[in-house]
Design a protein around this ligand. Structure first.
Ligand SMILES: NC(=O)c1ccc[n+]([C@@H]2O[C@H](COP(=O)([O-])OP(=O)(O)OC[C@H]3O[C@@H](n4cnc5c(N)ncnc54)[C@H](O)[C@@H]3O)[C@@H](O)[C@H]2O)c1
Length: 420
């Protein structure tokens, strides 16, 4: 496995590059210096001016469509929700959830800062109207709801901007990036706007997690005593990203895929955490080589849950092998380890809800279409979506506090409780 070793002067340059310009640091400067000085520790991609092969990103592989996915679907409105899509980055994420295929959605406009990405999204979404930035798109009064799939450090700021323009908003994960204050600001913006907020946590509609949720709600798991979740994504070199936000990313700042195996099953939350961080041997995870001064490539968190149980949630960037987002639950009445085993004999229907005709389940285990449909349905039905603002904040804040705990050698720390 290729590893790049930075000299001390290189580290200083990288740190300097990483702490300049808007938002605290500059992606272009960082990538260019990292690429030039470190022999390409960051994958090139269009942004860095290289012609690198597109990275294979776990979770984005197309899953075979379920031919019966639309069975039982009933329309919930006779009109179309007018939606704007923002962010066609390395994961091509804004167009990936099928808004353009929903019978009750009209994609009014799309936006990405990079004109070629914007043009590509317009084509994929069959939507001729484009804006050069989110700031311009949100001024369009015909748009009712926006999906924000920009870089993770911008999610909270961008969602607040959308809400301030009186529009509903859905966000890619995480809700906020390493900052509990941003979470408070986002919550306040949701309160003031009276609009719907949803985070598109892909694990929430994994087939197994959706089944766990149904069984939990039917009482078949009892109280969860112990939950395990993992998000393993081996990144010896970080995937390209806007302003290089994935370079040296603290693992528990990206905690929602694993934490979902508790929050999105039970609707509960974590109350406190002790987390251990394991210093990494990988170059971009040396504290001098990333803007977060992060040393950890793996962080293992032990949480206490709001039900009085425990959960162990792991995020790792530096361990090759089995990857993805997985989890298991053990409760007082049953467990789910790939299948249900427990005391309940009459299980509910475990299938995910029907999808509108023409909408594919899509990536991340067929979860994309379900998340998009849940957001659209919640707006039409004037109800909170599954991963609403408080669940999104609980999912994300738990990891931010976990990383703080890891930095303090595993000290137990309280996790904020959010209420709308
Ligand atoms: N399983 C999952 O849920 C999952 C998987 C992959 C990515 N994601 C999330 O999706 C998001 C997008 O991922 P990515 O890898 O494509 O990100 P990226 O950093 O490669 O791309 C972000 C894009 O947003 C655009 N952008 C930034 N600010 C903008 C603005 N003001 N107006 C218009 N466009 C703007 C940039 O030009 C860029 O193309 C990330 O936040 C990531 O965390 C989630």
């Amino acid at each position: 496995m290729k590893q790049t070793h930075f000299s001390q002067s290189t580290k200083e340059e990288l740190t300097a590059a990483a702490t300049t310009t808007e938002g605290g640091w500059s992606r272009r400067g960082f990538l260019q210096r990292a690429g030039a000085l470190a022999g390409g520790v960051v994958l090139g991609g269009a942004a860095a001016g290289g012609a690198a092969e597109p990275p294979v990103i776990p979770g984005l592989a197309k899953v075979p469509d379920d031919p019966n996915a639309a069975a039982g679907w009933k329309p919930i409105s006779d009109r179309k929700l007018r939606v704007g899509l923002v962010g066609n980055g390395v994961c091509k994420f804004a167009p990936a959830f099928g808004f353009q295929d929903h019978p009750n959605v009209q994609v009014v406009a799309v936006s990405d800062l990079e004109p070629d990405r914007c043009a590509e999204m317009a084509k994929v979404c069959r939507c001729p109207k484009t804006y050069p930035s989110l700031a311009e798109l949100v001024k369009d009064d015909t748009i009712e709801a926006v999906f924000v799939a920009t870089d993770a450090p911008s999610h909270a700021r961008h969602c607040i901007e959308v809400l301030q323009h009186g529009k509903h908003v859905a966000s890619a994960v995480p809700a906020m990036f390493g900052s509990l204050e941003e979470g408070e600001q986002l919550l306040e913006a949701v309160r003031r706007s009276g609009r719907r907020y949803m985070m598109f946590e892909t694990s929430a509609f994994h087939e197994d997690l959706a089944a766990m949720r149904r069984i939990y709600q039917a009482g078949g798991l009892g109280k969860l005593v112990y939950t395990e979740g993992e998000y393993y994504h081996f990144m010896p070199e970080p995937i390209d990203s806007y302003h290089g936000w994935r370079v040296g990313l603290p693992p528990q700042w990206y905690p929602t895929h694993s934490n979902a195996y508790y929050h999105c099953v039970t609707g509960g939350r974590f109350t406190e955490v002790s987390c251990l961080g394991i210093p990494s041997g990988i170059a971009h995870l040396q504290p001098g080589n990333n803007p977060y001064k992060n040393a950890f490539g793996t962080e293992i968190a032990l949480f206490r849950t709001s039900e009085g149980g425990t959960a162990r949630m792991a995020v790792s960037w530096d361990t090759p092998g089995a990857g993805g987002e997985v989890g298991r639950v053990r409760g007082t009445k049953g467990s789910f380890y790939g299948q249900y085993e427990g005391l309940e004999k009459n299980l509910p229907d475990l299938r995910r809800p029907p999808l509108p005709p023409g909408v594919a389940g899509g990536g991340h285990g067929g979860s994309h279409g379900h998340l998009m449909n849940e957001f659209v349905s919640a707006i039409f039905q004037d109800r909170a979506p599954l991963v609403d603002i408080t669940m999104a904040l609980h999912l994300t804040a738990a990891g931010i506090v976990a990383h703080q705990s890891a930095q303090r050698g595993g000290e137990w720390l309280k996790i904020p409780h959010y209420q709308l």
